[in-house]
Design a protein around this ligand. Structure first.
Ligand code: ADP
Ligand code: MG
Length: 800
């Protein structure tokens, strides 16, 4: 430390003594807040210990709002400030005599300053190890998901503020967000209480004078005085030619400090009790005290993908030298997260393929036999997917395939094909549906499709009579070549497949990861086909279903019409009811779908809607009601009579979303449509796109939120499920997407599936290539990847 710093400290100490003597009335010129801020700023670059620097930084935080504090608190702060500065003063003079060059050099012997340095930290240490983070702040940080130093270092800025370009008052234009260097030119005043509390302080630079506006901080009048030089960050307003700046943040800047203040500043997500400045300080401290961890990415890979080292990325993320390097840092960290996940996916997939106990199935004339028996000609897309599945089945490795196809695209035919392959090989197969209604429908359709091939599927649901169930169970256990159709009851512990060769799961997103795992334990490694009507954007599919091969049925059977969709907002429900009347008069049927079962404040519950419609607007029609709280028989009776045409309008919860097939239904009215995701709405309207007539979908909503209306309007513009899913992804984020949460989307710290698509695709390619060449990660250059993998598997896709 030089003399200048020593003088600053002495001057500040006497100002504090003065303040203490006048009983802490904030009587020092400029106020205590500014006094401390100034000394902290001036000593920031001085040669003092890190601990001292951090204590100062903390004091600077704590003293904010000094003017409004209780007297006891003010006294305590003043005394703390005096003690701190007094402690720094002798320490710094010793520093200056004994260690003139580098304070980071460790000096042997009993040199006190070197032992004063805070000890180094490692990523697993708790954040409370940081100077300035006590239990209370530790708790506040937990709200941000930050417990350890590693967590803190991965706290990713949401954006950066470029404070390098410093303007003068003269250069401002109205509405501009700017960093401005000014000199205070006179005494400030408080704005009239009628206009909200603010401090208005005159300041000038570049030959122009204007005002600094501190909204909500009228006490700033006392804290800034004529002659002060400030770097302010805020929004410019020009009124009657006079510039003003609504100040968000400011730094007291003497000539030399301008450089350190004028940089690219990270802006972090914050929470109650944790300010931007606190986070910035703690993260800097963590960067200083935590030696960079070993880089888990092999150098070759980094070079090829032009990725920064981990240490550089950490630094550039929090203290970027340039904006592009901040985004390169992000890309590197995102890549690593994706890469860890894709490594584990690649291995899982390898495992699924390698552990095969299923011999290849004979599929020779299966396509011809099946197609011959179909009551229709398969679409081109169906033909293609049939080919892909046949290839899987004929291979020595078990199939592991996801089949995406919109509602009504004809996925059942594909299921039938796989089931038939098992039966013809004299082996067992199973098809699982998410609800009993659906299982029964599948059973029906499969009987029609497979009957001509001499295959009789058996239904196995929880509701089946006990003796019937027992007989089926026994047959399964003895290895009889049964084709079983059912709900998850199929894979209950009591069910024992002796020779399971094929498993088809319909609407797979309805099943949890655990259920899927249980199922694959049933047979050794059966051929597995999962079917989904929920289109998922490709990038997301690579993450969530990364271990599957994917087939897409992107064509509807001929004559199928896309639903015409209309959005009705603001209470014109009568139009909807009139529309239903017209269609019913033509012989059609309709659904009215509501988002919940029970009446609740905002949602039009199915029962409530039913009770309103039955005696009211739809009094002359035959109404039915179906929801998840009804018992199974009631529900089935309701659906059967709707199917038989004994009911005109079925009021339902989103229960009907899944697969129910009533071709004569051509209208779907969806209440409180804003409650649903786009993909889900798209799937709901698919219910009515089942036959030759023009289907209609009416979306009802009382919302007046333009964003919501805009979102719903997407459905009126397009019928392409993938396009809709992309839109949903963009607007709601991956966690909200139907079928994604249930499939176990990992919690990425840095990576974002939407923003980092490129990194995802690269990472997947690299991870799969590495696993293909070195499946056990035995090569020296791949050793470091093991730790990455352990983390990815423990659900923490992170390395630090
Ligand atoms: P998904 O399960 O994909 O929603 P389904 O397999 O239930 O669709 O098929 C929907 C309806 O379309 C069924 O009635 C089915 O018989 C019929 N269908 C399927 N494929 C064709 C086709 N190629 N041509 C005509 N109708 C078809
Ligand atoms: Mg289906």
């Amino acid at each position: 430390m030089d003399d200048r710093a020593g003088k600053i400290i002495q001057r500040t100490i006497s100002a504090l003594e003065h303040e203490a003597a006048s009983d802490c009335e904030n009587s020092v010129p400029g106020g205590v807040e500014v006094l401390i801020r100034r000394v902290a700023g001036q000593l920031a670059g001085a040669d003092i210990s890190d601990r001292a620097r951090n204590s100062l930084r903390r004091l600077d935080e704590d003293v904010r709002g000094y003017e409004g504090m209780r007297i006891e608190r003010r006294r305590a702060l003043v005394s703390r400030a005096r003690k701190l500065l007094e402690a720094i003063a002798p320490e710094s003079s010793e520093d200056s005599t004994e260690k003139p060059a580098s304070s980071s050099m460790s000096v042997p012997g009993d040199n006190p300053p070197s032992t004063e340095r805070p000890p180094p930290l490692c990523p697993d240490d708790a954040v409370t190890e940081l100077t300035g983070v006590g239990p209370a702040r530790g708790e506040a940080l937990e709200a941000l998901g930050i417990r350890t130093i590693g967590d803190l270092l991965l706290h990713c800025p949401t954006r950066y503020e470029d404070r390098r370009q410093v303007l003068s008052m003269r250069e401002l234009s109205h509405g501009q967000h700017a960093v401005v260097r000014v000199t205070v030119t006179g005494a400030g005043r408080r704005s009239s209480p009628f206009r909200g509390a603010a401090a208005i302080i005159p300041a000038a630079s570049g030959g122009a004078e204007g005002d600094l506006l501190f909204f909500g901080r009228p006490y700033m009048v006392e804290q800034i005085s004529e002659g002060d030089q400030l770097l302010v960050i805020g929004t410019a307003r020009i009124e009657d030619g006079r510039p003003a700046i609504a100040v968000n943040d400011f730094d007291l800047a003497s000539e030399g400090d301008l450089d350190s203040a004028a940089r690219i500043v990270p802006v972090y997500p914050i929470t109650d009790g944790v300010s931007q400045n606190m986070l910035r300080g703690w993260i800097e401290q963590a960067l200083e005290r935590c030696p960079p961890p070993d880089d888990p990415l092999p150098e070759r890979l980094r070079e090829r993908r032009r990725l920064m080292s981990l240490a550089e990325a950490m630094h550039e993320m929090h203290r970027p030298s340039e904006l592009p390097s901040a985004s390169a840092a992000r890309r590197r960290l995102a890549y690593e997260e994706f890469f860890a996940l894709q490594l584990s996916i690649a291995l899982r997939r390898l495992g699924a393929k390698a552990l095969s106990a299923v011999s290849a199935l004979e599929v020779e004339d299966l396509r011809e036999r099946l197609v011959e028996a179909l009551p229709f000609e398969p679409t081109g897309a169906q033909h293609r997917v049939i080919g892909e599945v046949l290839e899987d089945l004929a291979a020595a490795e078990p199939a592991h395939r996801l089949i995406h196809g919109e509602v009504g695209s004809g996925k059942t035919v594909i299921a039938a094909l796989a089931l038939a392959a098992a039966s013809r090989a004299g082996r067992q197969s199973a098809m699982m549906a998410p609800t009993e209604i659906l299982a029964e429908q599948h059973h029906e359709s499969l009987r029609e499709l497979l009957g001509p091939l001499g295959i009789e599927p058996m239904l196995l649901t929880g509701g089946a009579p006990a003796e019937c169930r027992a007989a089926t169970l026994e047959a399964l256990q003895s290895g009889e070549p049964i084709c079983a159709v059912g709900t998850h009851a199929l894979f209950a512990e009591s069910v024992d497949f002796a020779d399971l060769a094929v498993v088809v799961i319909d609407e797979q997103h309805r099943f949890g990861v655990r259920q899927r795992a249980r199922l694959s334990r049933k047979g050794e490694r059966p051929n597995l086909l999962v079917m989904s009507a929920t289109p998922i954007p490709r990038t997301l599919a690579l993450t969530v279903h990364g271990d599957f091969d994917i087939s897409v049925i992107d064509e509807l059977p001929p004559g199928r019409r896309r639903p015409e969709s209309e959005l009705l907002t603001g209470g014109d429900r009568d139009d909807a009811w009139r529309f239903i009347h017209r269609r019913v008069a033509e012989g059609r049927q309709a659904y009215v779908v509501c988002p919940a079962i029970d009446p609740s404040e905002e949602m039009a519950a199915a029962t409530e809607t039913f009770e309103k419609l039955a005696p009211g607007p739809l009094a002359d029609l035959r109404l039915g009601l179906v929801h998840g709280r009804m018992d199974r028989d009631e529900r089935r009776r309701a659906m059967t009579s709707f199917h038989a045409g004994e009911i005109d309008v079925m009021v339902a919860t989103s229960l009907i979303e899944v697969g129910v097939n009533v071709p004569n239904a051509s209208v779907i009215v969806i209440e409180n449509a804003e409650r649903f995701g786009l993909a889900q709405l798209h799937q709901l309207r698919g219910r009515v796109a089942r036959a030759g007539w023009q289907p209609h979908c009416l979306l009802l909503s009382d919302t007046d939120n333009p964003e919501t209306i805009d979102r719903l309007a997407v459905l009126t513009r397009t019928c392409n499920g993938f396009e809709i899913a992309e839109e949903d992804l963009r607007r709601r984020g991956p966690g909200e997407l139907d079928g994604v949460r249930q499939s176990g989307l990992p919690d990425f710290r840095i990576a974002c599936i939407i923003a980092d698509t490129g990194a995802l695709v690269d990472a997947r390619e690299d991870a799969f290539a590495i696993i293909a060449r070195d499946p056990k990660l035995e090569k020296t250059e791949n050793r470091s990847l093991r730790s990455l993998l352990t983390r990815a598997r423990s659900g923490e896709p992170w390395t630090l």
